[in-house]
Write a protein of this length. Structure first.
Length: 216
C-alpha cells in the first residue's frame, strides 16, 4: 500500500501508557499510520484541525475537554475526520452522549488489535462501529417500555432538589417523611435513567419537565 493510501489516525487519551499501547498496536499495520497523539480533548481537537486525519480515536473521560465535547467540536469543525470512541466506560448515558455528539463508533478498551484495525477502516468509510456489548445495550434500551412520566409529587420533590434543599428540608417543605422523599427520588432516577440528584435536575430541565410543571 502506498503512503497516500494509508489511513491517517490521531490517538487522544490522557493515560500515557494506554495511549502508547494503542499506538504500538497500530504500528505494525501497513495500511494505518498514527500521525499524532494528544493527552486531553482540547489538544486532540487542535491536533485534528491541524493534521486533518481520517480517524480520531478518542478516550471518553479526559481532563480539560472530555471525549464527548471534543467529538462535538471535531464533527462541527472543517476536517472530515471520523471520531471513534475508545474507552472503558459502557453505561447507557455515556454511549448515548457520544453518539449524539457525532461519534461514528464506540469501542471498549478490551478490543483486540484485529477488531480495532477493522473498526478504524470501517469508520473511515463512514460505517457505524459498535463493540458487541455496546450494541447489546443499545438494543436492550430500545426494547424497554417508554419511561413513565413523573408524577406531580415527584416533580415537586425534583423542584425542591433544584432549589438546593436536602432530603430533610424537602420532607419539611412537603410535610412528608424523609423515607418517602428517598423513595420518590429513587423512582425519579429510574424514570430519567440517571444515578444522582444533580443529573436528575439537569435531565428534567432539558426535557422541560420542571418548567412545564411551573406553568401549569
Amino acid at each position: 500500500m502506498t503512503e497516500s493510501n494509508r489511513l491517517r489516525v490521531v490517538v487522544v487519551d490522557d493515560h500515557t501508557v494506554m495511549r502508547a499501547g494503542v499506538v504500538a498496536l497500530l504500528a505494525p499495520e501497513p495500511g494505518i499510520e498514527v500521525v499524532g497523539e494528544a493527552g486531553d480533548g482540547h489538544e486532540g481537537v487542535e491536533l485534528v484541525e491541524r493534521l486533518t486525519p481520517d480517524v480520531a480515536l478518542l478516550d471518553l473521560r479526559m481532563p480539560v475537554l472530555d471525549g464527548v465535547a471534543a467529538t462535538r467540536r471535531i464533527v462541527a469543525g472543517p476536517a472530515a475526520t471520523r471520531v471513534l470512541i475508545l474507552t472503558t466506560y459502557d453505561t447507557d448515558t455515556d454511549i448515548e452522549h457520544a453518539v449524539e455528539a457525532g461519534a461514528i463508533g464506540y469501542l471498549l478498551k478490551d478490543t483486540s488489535r484485529e477488531q480495532l484495525v477493522d473498526a478504524i477502516r470501517s469508520a473511515a468509510r463512514g460505517e457505524t462501529v459498535l463493540a458487541p456489548r455496546v450494541a447489546q445495550k443499545l438494543v436492550a434500551k430500545m426494547r424497554r417500555p417508554t419511561q413513565a412520566a413523573l408524577t406531580a409529587r415527584e416533580v415537586d420533590i425534583l423542584r425542591a432538589v433544584a432549589d438546593g434543599l436536602s432530603n430533610p428540608d424537602i420532607a419539611r417543605r412537603l410535610v412528608i417523611g424523609e423515607a418517602t422523599v428517598k423513595t420518590h427520588l429513587l423512582r425519579v432516577f429510574a424514570k430519567l435513567d440517571v444515578s444522582d440528584r444533580t443529573r436528575a435536575v439537569v435531565v428534567a430541565m432539558e426535557r422541560g419537565l420542571l418548567e412545564a410543571s411551573g406553568q401549569g
